[in-house]
Design a protein around this ligand. Structure first.
Ligand code: PEP
Ligand code: MG
Length: 542
């Protein structure tokens, strides 16, 4: 038995034969050409064919793996029309009088190197994409096929790396798992593997030898291990784990597409919490009805400086488009306390949880706030976005927010930039907001109760301090009464109420929440189907 380790990008157990997927080496030879005009025409024709192929791949991906993953082929189509990319190819062909294949290969190398050296993680990922589109054009120019991916029975695919286009072209019924030597967690391939619901490992220390072809292997996506020619004990243990997992998945999968409705007909919205656009795949996979909390501060935490309006716009637009008309609630930045970004240069505080954080930073540094709001309003044209403000304690704060957002909208209008009128809500996560909920409900479209902070402030228990565990009661009646009070006060003003703190996923409380009239529960993507299961088992008429 050979045991190799990798980084798991999706859990699960796969048992089957290995198929080693070797890319056909594309040897590009530099050839001099006399007629550069004809060579440019060859390139243009290949580019047009590549665009057709990408459009077909987009349609295929849309039906098979959803819009989030299909989007990559749209990006590829756009990259193929990028002026800098095209200028580079044109210049190499015309100025050096060389063949199109060579010009494309050199341009691909240069652009991939440029993208790889960028700090921005998103731009780094584009290196693989520029190589992918260039290889496609070269294949068309040279008339060669893509890598051989045909196999008759389901296999574990072992490869150096997989381009997203290669992954999506695979017949999914014949793929048990992906194991690659390279690749990154953030790559589209990793996201596709997650969406395809199969275990996948990247960065695996396996030697890609043709001798491995057809050998039996087990991929343990929970622990990031591949066992090649497993001994009988390992195989038996893994078979047991796989069967247990399959049973669990099967039961939950049956709930996909079903309503979140109790036996007596009360329905509730079940949304997902995310911190990153990369989490969107999980949202779709788990059939969440929307996004109830996008913790936008992670956009700031992942950056070494203030993210620009354009960077943020791209992220929020992606979330809105991916959710295709379903509600996406983006919380404005909740920096401070446990979420610190050095470049904010915040003073050290005695009591950071009660310090300058969240909306307090936005109101004291409106230039940061306005950049985020501009990005959010611009993105509102691309789906059903909603904005939510954290750490509210008073009506006065809401009025100050409204004044700033009115300024932002007026600026956008003056610049001729379109935006939609969208829902705006606040988080109820301070006891002050609970006590003011009647007045606050008159000001906003919705409330989302942040039980993590509401519990900490109500019980005066620092949520970061494990020494206080024995004093922490997650079901403290004070917190539950507050939730009930918020629902009552909100509904009196036709304001809807959600819960986006961890308590929303607590199945012991689901019935109580529904009886209180909570309209929406937003939980981690993996909690969506178990919560749906719970809701469907309840009968509130009893
Ligand atoms: C909360 O406080 O419950 C909440 C959802 O926000 P966060 O956990 O990000 O503070
Ligand atoms: Mg909070």
């Amino acid at each position: 038995m050979i045991t190799c380790n990798g980084k798991s990008v999706y859990g699960g157990i796969a048992i089957g034969k290995i198929h080693v997927m070797a890319k056909k080496e594309q040897r590009i030879v530099r050839r001099s050409v006399d007629d550069t005009e004809t060579e440019m025409q060859r390139f243009e024709a290949a580019k047009a064919e590549a665009q057709n192929q990408l459009a077909e791949l987009y349609d295929k991906a849309m039906t098979e793996v959803g819009e989030a993953n299909a989007a990559i082929f749209e990006i590829h189509q756009m990259m193929l029309d990028d002026d800098d990319y095209l200028d580079s190819i044109n210049n190499i062909i015309t100025e050096q009088s060389v063949n199109a294949e060579f010009a494309v290969a050199i341009t691909a190398d240069n652009f991939a190197e440029m993208f790889s050296s960028m700090d921005d993680a998103y731009m780094k990922e584009r290196a693989a994409d520029v190589k992918d589109i260039s290889e496609r054009i070269i294949r068309i120019l040279t008339g060669s096929d893509s890598a051989d991916m045909s196999s008759e029975e389901p296999v574990i695919i072992l490869a150096d790396d997989l381009a997203p286009s290669e992954t999506v072209q695979l017949n999914k019924d014949l793929v048990l798992s992906f194991v690659t030597v390279h690749g990154s967690t953030n790559s589209h391939t990793a996201i596709l593997a997650r969406t395809m619901n199969i275990p996948a490992l990247i960065g695996t220390n396996v030697e890609l030898s043709p001798d491995l072809e057809g050998k039996l292997a087990v991929v343990d996506g929970f622990n990031g291990v591949i066992y090649i020619e497993p001994d009988s004990e390992t195989l038996a243990a893994m078979e047991k784990r796989r069967d247990e997992e399959l049973e669990k998945q099967r039961l939950l999968q049956e709930l996909k597409g079903k309503e979140n409705i109790t036996k007596d007909g009360k329905s509730v919205l079940v949304y997902a919490n995310i911190g990153n656009v990369k989490d969107l795949a999980y949202v779709l996979q788990n059939d969440a009805g929307g996004i109830g909390l996008f913790r936008s501060e992670f956009v700031y935490l992942e950056s070494s400086t203030y993210p620009t309006e354009e960077e943020q716009y791209r992220i929020y637009k992606k979330a809105a488009e991916t959710m295709a008309g379903k509600r996406v609630i983006i919380r404005t930045l909740d920096i401070g306390a446990d979420k610190q970004a050095d470049y904010f240069n915040l003073d050290k505080e005695e009591n950071p949880a009660m310090g300058l954080r969240a909306i307090r930073i936005c109101l004291t540094r409106p230039e940061i706030f306005k950049t985020q709001l501009r990005a959010l309003y611009r993105a509102s044209k691309h789906g059903k976005l909603a904005i939510m403000y954290p750490m509210i304690t008073s009506v006065e704060e809401v009025k100050r927010i409204k004044a700033i957002s009115a300024e932002v909208k007026a600026e956008l209008t003056a610049e001729g930039i379109p935006y939609n009128d969208i829902e705006e809500g606040i988080m109820i996560e301070t006891p002050a907001a609970v006590m003011m909920s009647s007045e606050l409900a008159k000001e906003v479209d919705f409330f989302s109760i942040g039980t993590n902070d509401l519990s900490q402030y109500t019980m005066a228990i620092d949520r970061q301090n494990p020494k206080l565990d024995e004093f922490f009661d997650p079901h403290h009646p004070a917190v539950l009464r507050m939730i009930e009070m918020v629902c009552k006060n909100a509904h009196a003003e036709n304001t809807w109420v959600g819960i986006c703190g961890e308590l929303g996923a607590d199945l012991e409380l689901t019935e109580q929440f529904l009886r209180m009239g909570v309209d929406e529960l937003s939980v981690s993507p993996s909690c969506v189907l178990p919560l749906r299961d719970k809701i469907r088992s309840l009968d509130l008429s009893k």
